[in-house]
Design a protein around this ligand. Structure first.
Ligand SMILES: Nc1ncnc2c1ncn2[C@@H]1O[C@H](COP(=O)(O)OP(=O)(O)OP(=O)(O)O)[C@@H](O)[C@H]1O
Ligand SMILES: [Mg+2]
Length: 233
């Protein structure tokens, strides 16, 4: 079994008069990426549904045009792809920046509703993002666009869906407005999918949030909030 052991260097550049984002692969070990992949693999083993992490070529394929067209047909927008090779990927720059930053700066929680909606749509189509952090959504006006497509899997198991819900919630758990964001994401998700959140998604959230968090006091406080109303019990 091999794990992904590379990370990307992301930079903004000017290309033919257009602002673009260049994502260059570099072989360093980044904590967040490992956390996602190890948690995913470890919990899948504990649940006796072993699930292999994606290989490098699967990751590159997921970032390519076919997957982007596929997502677009589901109503999930991605930045326009300008070029892709084994070493780097160039895509359109999205001015609004990522969703975590937007929420941290006080932008409307309905952006989290949009992220929930896209997650529900993807699940309905039989896929999962696996790494569904708020940092992987970009903001354009009132809508959100999905980037960082490498870990997408054709998998609609309860476990894969829980990983998406848990990783999204974990990524926003250090925000003071967590409850409001959680509710918006939940409502967006329910508007597309008929299943509520599983216990497993909150378990994954709690495991991941300890590693993601930049403010552990706020994270722990949010962990103690009662999210039982969102569960499928
Ligand atoms: N097209 C884009 N337009 C604007 N900002 C972007 C774009 N793509 C990425 N970013 C910014 O760069 C960050 C990292 O990008 P991305 O998630 O694709 O890289 P990564 O190396 O896989 O990161 P991580 O491992 O932390 O998820 C995003 O969270 C976002 O803030
Ligand atoms: Mg990312």
């Amino acid at each position: 079994m091999y794990f992904v052991n590379w990370q990307r260097e992301v930079s903004v550049k000017e290309w033919n008069g257009q602002k673009v984002v260049v994502k260059r692969n570099k072989p360093t070990k980044e904590f967040h990426e490992f956390l996602i992949i190890y948690t995913y693999s470890l919990i899948s083993i504990l649940l006796a549904t072993p699930s292999a992490p994606p290989t490098f070529s699967e990751i590159m394929k997921n970032e390519g045009r076919d997957m982007r067209n596929n997502l677009s047909m589901m109503g999930i927008s991605t930045p326009a792809l300008i070029s892709i090779s084994d070493n780097d990927l160039v895509e359109e720059y999205i001015e609004g920046g990522d969703l975590y930053r937007a929420l941290a700066l006080g932008q409307v929680a309905s952006l989290a509703f949009e992220a929930g909606r896209l997650t529900g749509r993807l699940h309905k189509a039989g896929y999962a993002f696996v790494d569904n952090k708020a940092q992987n959504y970009l903001v354009r006006g009132d809508s959100v666009i999905r980037t960082d497509l490498g870990f997408i899997q054709r998998n609609s198991s309860r476990y894969a869906k829980s990983m998406d819900i848990g990783s999204f919630l974990a990524s926003v758990m250090d925000l003071g407005r967590y409850s409001e964001i959680e509710m918006a994401f939940y409502e967006g998700y329910l508007s597309e999918s008929d299943s509520r959140f599983s216990h497993l998604s909150l378990l994954i959230r709690n495991v991941l949030s300890l590693g993601f968090s930049s403010d552990s006091k706020v994270t722990l406080r949010n962990m103690l909030l009662n999210s039982a109303g969102l569960l499928d019990i």
